[in-house]
Ligand binder design. Structure first.
Ligand code: ADP
Length: 355
């Protein structure tokens, strides 16, 4: 190959830039040009054949100083149009017209589906798993996950300092969409007394009992780590915070709506009611989790994965995704990787919630 493209797609994650830099440096070693495609798959479809609108040359001078920057220098975006086969066929034709013979896609499972579709159109693609959620079954870690967990650990320690001072319970909501890995790992690393994840059923009464038990044992500043997807858990389907809180406060309806969806602020309110004396406060960590420069684990993974992706394309190997198994970087077919079912560490989950 003489020229390859690289794009970041889906949600941004720490380490994406580092992977782009190493891929570009490695491509230079293999005497391949690298074209950066901006804003995910949008950059492939925004221009016409033979024009480079939505793309940029990634020469060494351009990329050298971005490796440790948070976010993604190439920008990222969702691209609904790419679900349309005709649009993808146009993108493949445009790539051919520009002499871009292969593509590195850094993103999550959605982005990998896009890459698989491009492979079917004759564009060799390699995927690097870039998502903080760690929701890709085939790899132990995705790029950005470890850094996001580190950000959560630092935040929980800070929150716990003030919880300790005031004998307060902290409800801390972390990201992860339908995956509880960030929450579980954060709980393990901070000694949080409770973790709630979308993979496991839970209810507010059990949670209140747990807080009461902890208080009896002398733990007055318990930390509860909540994954953002927990309110969509089936076990929460019939729970109505408005009904419960209205039964304790006859004026509750004056300032609240029955349709307010359950969230971490409401959960803290519910706990203040169900566990008397518990001064629960909630914090939603939100996008801070994505905004850090990569920590060592992700920076090293990005380095290896960026190089391997360029090497695979250079060697004529395509339709693969890169991952980590037993601490070693490896690759496997996209198709098989996407068919794998995620697992959750229920043993660690039970341990956190029982100590
Ligand atoms: P992630 O890659 O983090 O899972 P999304 O699910 O939002 O993020 O997917 C990112 C982008 O990948 C989508 O906006 C779309 O452009 C592309 N994509 C997702 N699913 C498919 C699919 N089935 N076929 C083709 N492209 C897809």
């Amino acid at each position: 190959m003489k020229r390859i493209g690289i794009l970041t797609s889906g949600g941004d994650s720490p380490g994406m830039n580092a992977a782009v830099v190493t891929a570009a440096r490695s491509a230079a070693l293999f005497e391949m040009d690298v074209i950066g495609v901006k804003r995910g798959y949008n950059g492939l479809i925004i221009g016409e054949d033979n024009d480079t609108k939505g793309m940029m040359a990634l020469d060494l001078e351009t990329v050298l100083d971005i490796a440790d920057q948070p976010g993604t220098f190439l920008r990222t975006a969702r691209c609904i149009e790419f679900l349309n086969p005709d649009v993808r066929a146009k993108a493949a034709k445009r790539l051919n017209s520009l002499g871009i013979e292969g593509l590195i896609v850094i993103g999550g499972d959605g982005s990998f589906n896009g890459a698989r579709a491009l492979c079917n159109l004759g564009i060799p693609c390699i995927g690097i798993p870039g998502t903080i959620d760690n929701d890709l079954a085939y790899t132990e870690r995705s790029l950005g996950y470890d850094t996001a967990v580190n950000v959560c650990i630092n935040s929980v320690r800070q929150i716990r300092a003030t919880s300790r001072s005031h004998d307060r319970v902290a409800v801390v909501e972390v990201m992860g969409r339908h995956c509880g890995d960030i929450a579980l790992r954060t709980a393990m690393c901070t000694g949080a007394e409770q973790v709630i994840v979308p993979e496991m059923s839970w209810n507010v009464h059990q949670l209140a009992d747990r807080i009461n038990d902890l208080k009896e044992k002398g733990d007055t500043r318990a930390t509860i780590i909540v994954a953002e997807g927990v309110y969509k858990n089936q076990s929460m389907e019939n729970f109505n915070a408005f009904e419960l809180l209205s039964s304790y406060d006859k004026n509750y309806y004056l300032t609240h709506s029955p349709n307010e969806p359950m969230n971490s602020h409401l959960l803290a309110h519910v706990l203040r009611v169900l566990a008397p004396g518990c001064e629960a406060r909630s914090t939603v960590l939100g996008y801070t989790q994505r905004g850090s420069a990569p920590y060592a684990y992700d920076a090293a993974f990005a380095f290896e994965a960026g190089h391997l992706a360029a090497k695979l394309l250079h060697s004529g190997i395509s339709e693969q995704v890169i991952g980590i198994k037993n601490g070693k970087v490896f690759y496997m077919p996209i198709r098989e990787a996407l068919d794998m079912k995620p697992t959750f560490d229920t043993a660690m989950y039970s341990l956190v919630n029982s100590l």
